[in-house]
Ligand binder design. Structure first.
Ligand code: PGA
Length: 262
């Protein structure tokens, strides 16, 4: 973590927890963090539930004045129309959703999302004043063939190029071989790619934007390994899948500063 950028801890629930289970998890998470006097101004915490949970979670956050941020896991590149099953960014905005994950490797693989589509979704997110969490990462074969940074950098460049308006965005570097596998990248690997990604932002947009964008690491993050990643000034947070479904684990990850000062 750097001193200028507020660390961002994101919980990607994927297709887990219905809206009732979501209430239980968010309540417990907020209470656990409040018992530990969590300072949200020093470490931002956000959850990314399935679409069908968003209204419930938003109502809960609003009613209880929780400081947990809310994000969606995907959105359409279109505003409205005959797109069965798709969700518009304007609907998310109406629900006070602030963040949206775009280009997750599971969307790229299972839904054949390519860089062009992800670029169009990023444009739609900017248009609706949502903060895209743009996911990039290489497969094991790509790692062996091209090394670590080439694919994530190429994916990122495409996603952030050619926009008439550019709002706030976050990058998540998630090596595909580390997602849900327990095979975690080393903090040095994560930091090296984050550095290349920041250079790419500077090249495509500006150095000022590059310094402001938060770059997360994702892939088998747990409370026991999170501090290693965040020790490095290049890494500004984590995108957590499996471990975000366990309150104690996710609260422990969110409280990584505690591990850092130990
Ligand atoms: P994981 O997933 O933490 O379960 O590896 C990360 C992600 O896919 O965002």
């Amino acid at each position: 973590m750097s001193t200028e950028r507020v660390p961002f801890i994101a919980g990607n629930w994927k297709m887990n927890l219905d809206h009732q289970q979501a209430i239980a998890l968010v309540q417990k998470l907020a209470w656990t963090l409040s018992d530990a006097n969590h300072d949200y101004s020093k470490t931002e915490v956000a959850v990314f539930p399935p679409f069908t949970d968003l209204r419930t979670v938003q109502t809960l956050i609003d009613a209880e004045k929780f400081q947990i941020g809310l994000g969606a896991q995907d959105m359409s590149q279109h505003d409205s129309g005959a797109y069965t099953g798709d969700i518009s960014g304007s609907f998310l905005k109406k629900l006070d959703v602030k963040y949206v994950i775009l280009g997750h490797s599971e969307r790229r693989v299972y839904h054949h999302e390519d860089d062009e589509l992800i670029q169009a979704k990023v444009a739609a997110a900017f248009k609706h004043d949502l903060v895209p969490v743009i996911c990039v990462g290489e497969t094991l074969e790509q790692l062996e063939q091209f090394g670590q940074s080439a694919i994530p950098v190429a994916q990122l460049k495409k996603a952030i190029t050619g926009h008439s308006q550019v709002g706030e965005f976050i990058i998540a570097y998630e090596p595909v071989w580390a997602i849900g596998t327990g095979q975690v990248a080393t903090p040095e690997q994560a930091a090296e790619v984050a550095k290349s990604l920041r250079e790419a932002i500077s090249e495509v947009l500006s150095e000022d934007i590059a310094q402001r964008v938060r770059i997360l690491y994702g892939g088998s993050v747990k409370s026991s390994n999170v501090a290693g990643f965040l020790k490095n000034p290049e890494v500004d947070g984590v995108l957590v899948g499996g471990a975000s479904l366990q309150v104690e684990e996710f609260a422990g990850i969110s409280r990584f500063l505690k591990h850092l000062t130990l």
